[in-house]
Design a binder for this molecule. Structure first.
Ligand code: COA
Length: 317
């Protein structure tokens, strides 16, 4: 059986950055409140032409460029997003067109909010390890700025836009070692983003932040134990934690649970905010390009989001 191995990565961030000071001028908030409660000081906000599909295509082009394959070698395209600019053609079909892939390979979007990238990576892994395909392009792309009520200070300061992509390839080498996914219907309406077509008056992200915070810390603590147990590894084997970037205090709590110093945690939240399904592939690409993460090292990725959905994955890079 072949393993699913990271072959190349890429990412895209919108040109415009919005600082906490910019928000202070429009909202009853402060740089200090946002930074101390969340760890965020600025976030990228997409301009009109920087749609979710545009950003997905840019990140995908870079990931293919960084890999040892050509776009036409790709057998499957998956785009994790909760903010598609079209329901169909899907974001994945847009990427297929942008990469000029002439074969009618399967391409579809994955909806699992902030956990979307971990979900899509797990799907890709199943396709590869079953021997069905050799190369999968997995992308997380989000325009969270278009899903926000910019007068709601409790949500609009938290999110940002961007995209990250990974080419996963079948290989004899070690790759994804274990993966675990979960979902449980959000009975309490802790996190939601209604469809504009059916609920136009409340088609923005709504969140009960404090309750989501507590749930995230508990659930993420459990899921990292579960995924490490699945691959018979110890916390001390992990070289890098690449967490979903929702709040620096949630990230610190998970690192503490893993006994990992923050120097072994990839943190991009300060200048990106929460980019939902794009946050892990953005952090992964950033740390690979900065040569922080090296081949052979053990990575733990984990995420939590609306649904509720959550998951974690151990990867030998
Ligand atoms: N600026 C200033 N004050 C703000 C504010 C802002 N942007 N947003 C909220 N406040 C106020 C609240 O109105 C509240 O005021 P009150 O005490 O007078 O009622 C006070 O700050 C505390 O609010 P609270 O929600 O208890 O703060 P918190 O410490 O829980 O921090 C979050 C809020 C949203 C930063 C935090 O709960 C969080 O990060 N939650 C998880 C979010 C998350 O991960 N979401 C995505 C999951 S994928």
């Amino acid at each position: 059986m072949k393993n699913a191995v990271i072959n190349g990565t890429g990412s895209y961030l919108p040109e415009r950055s919005v600082t906490n000071q910019d928000l202070e001028a429009k909202l009853d908030t402060s740089h200090e409140w946002i930074l101390t409660r969340t760890g965020i000081s600025s976030r990228h906000v997409a301009s009109e032409h920087e749609t979710t599909s545009f950003m997905a295509c840019k990140a995908a082009e870079k990931a293919v460029e960084a890999s040892d394959i050509e776009a036409n070698d790709i057998d499957l395209i998956l785009v994790a997003t909760c903010t598609p600019n079209h329901f169909f053609p899907s974001m994945a079909c847009h990427v297929q067109k942008a990469l000029k892939i002439s074969k009618p390979i399967p391409a579809f979007d994955v909806s699992a909010a902030c956990s979307g990238f971990v979900y899509a990576m797990d799907i890709a892994r199943q396709y590869i390890t079953s021997g069905t395909v050799k190369h999968v392009l997995v992308i997380g792309s989000e325009s969270m700025s278009r899903a926000l009520d910019w007068s709601d200070r409790s949500t609009c300061v938290l999110f940002g836009d961007g995209a990250g992509a990974v080419v996963l390839s079948a290989s004899e080498k070690s790759g994804i070692l274990a993966s675990t996914l979960h979902a449980l219907h959000d009975e309490e309406a802790l996190l939601s983003y209604p469809n504009y077509a059916t609920e136009p008056h409340k088609a923005f992200i709504g969140m009960r932040g404090n309750e989501v915070f507590k749930l995230a810390v508990n659930i993420m603590g459990d899921v990292v134990d579960e995924v490490l147990q699945d691959c018979h590894l110890q916390k001390s084997d992990i070289n890098w934690l690449i967490p979903h970037q929702a709040n620096i205090r949630i990230i610190q709590a998970i690192a503490k649970k893993l006994n990992l110093p923050m120097s072994q945690v990839i943190v991009t939240i300060e200048n990106q905010g929460n980019t939902s399904a794009a946050s892990i592939p953005l952090a992964l690409d950033y740390s690979i390009r900065e040569q922080r993460i090296k081949r052979g090292e053990l990575l733990l990725i984990e995420s939590f989001g609306g649904g509720m959905t959550w998951g974690a994955m151990v990867i030998r890079y």
